[in-house]
Design a protein around this ligand. Structure first.
Ligand code: PBG
Length: 324
């Protein structure tokens, strides 16, 4: 059928008709909210490069977790900023480390809220790299036992899911083996399988104080030019025992999300990262963009591309405005 019989505008005449034929929906239960945890008491410290996002001390997390649960969000993902950073990132696997304490506080307040803990050394190392660093290279195999120890410590503190974001080869297998050996076989692994070496992480590094002292992450994170390689990374992580996989960042990599959705059956997550958040916020602050619509459109696009769930700093704001 062709024009004039075929008139696609018929189904766009009203909000109700558009809703009737809408292919993709986003709801609060699709979204995961990141939390930055710091030491101290009574701390609610704005992240300058991410307006609307605060770093919270552990005593603030009970109220925050209840709020998040009431909004119907799917889960939280935790990042820690320790007081003490060193070459081997020891706070990451200290049983009393910042994220371990944060997990216990959240699980005390909201036992049913799903808690995902990011597993990486970069927030805990003084050089800011995601692994053991000799000043030139990040040593893959020397990093694996430290990641495994971190994952075990997070699981023992009560994390439901550990999410390795370091991009070392073989880390999913190392983490799975360590969790199972320590009686944590129920802890799931969400692998940041396709994590790109992206400029869009800039504001996060400010929030997590994980800016690199020297070098860059291109030696271990994926080259933005490569999509086929991302599918191999995902396949390898699933083979090693990942329960869920992630593509990160989200909006610049919709083709990778789409290809991953077609190639694999595992739950697929996408991370709308700090830079994606701050671009929208900054333009909205200047009155250059309609913030609510830009948030809605970006999350819809990520879901339309094939992501089952989206990690986003907009999760709470989206849920507050959600009308069903
Ligand atoms: C840790 C980690 C990073 C992000 C999530 N986990 C930073 C990085 O790899 O540099 C980025 C999240 C964001 O930008 O919102 N490895």
């Amino acid at each position: 059928m062709a024009f004039p019989e075929h008139r696609p505008r018929r189904l766009r005449r009203s909000a109700e008709l558009r809703r009737l034929v809408r292919e993709t929906r986003v709801e609060p239960g699709d979204l995961i909210y990141p939390l930055f945890c710091v030491t101290g008491r009574g701390v609610r410290e704005p992240v300058v490069s991410m307006p609307g996002i605060d770093r919270l001390s552990v005593d603030q997390l009970a109220a925050e977790a209840k709020d998040i649960q009431a909004l119907g969000l799917a889960a939280v993902i935790l990042f820690g900023i320790p007081d003490h950073k060193d070459a081997l990132g020891t706070d990451g696997y200290d049983p009393d480390g910042i994220v371990q304490r944060a997990i216990r506080a959240i699980k005390d307040a909201t036992p049913d809220l799903v808690v995902i803990a990011d597993v990486c050394l970069c927030e805990y190392t003084d050089h800011g790299h995601c692994g053991v660093y000799d000043g030139v290279h990040v040593n893959n195999d020397a990093t694996l036992p430290l990641l495994a120890r971190t994952a075990v410590a997070l699981a023992q503190a009560g994390a439901d899911i550990v999410a390795p974001s370091d991009m070392m080869d073989g880390r999913v297998a190392a983490i799975r083996r360590a969790l199972d050996a320590e009686g944590q076989s129920d802890t799931a692994i969400l692998s940041y399988a396709a994590k790109y070496a992206s400029a869009f992480y800039g504001p996060f590094r400010d929030a997590a104080e994980s800016t690199l002292a020297a070098g860059d992450r291109r030696g271990y994170q994926l080259d933005p030019a490569n999509a086929r390689e991302a599918l191999d990374e995902i396949a390898a992580d699933l083979e090693e025992g990942a329960d869920m996989v992630m593509v990160k960042p989200a909006l610049p990599y919709l083709d990778v999300i789409h290809a991953a959705r077609a190639a694999f059956r595992a739950p697929l997550f996408a991370y709308q990262v700090s830079g994606e958040y701050s671009l929208i916020r900054a333009a909205a602050e200047r009155g250059w963009i309609d913030e609510e619509r830009a948030i809605d459109e970006s999350l819809t696009a990520i879901r339309r591309a094939g992501a089952d769930r989206v990690i986003t700093y907009f999760a709470k704001q989206f849920a507050h405005g959600f009308r069903g």
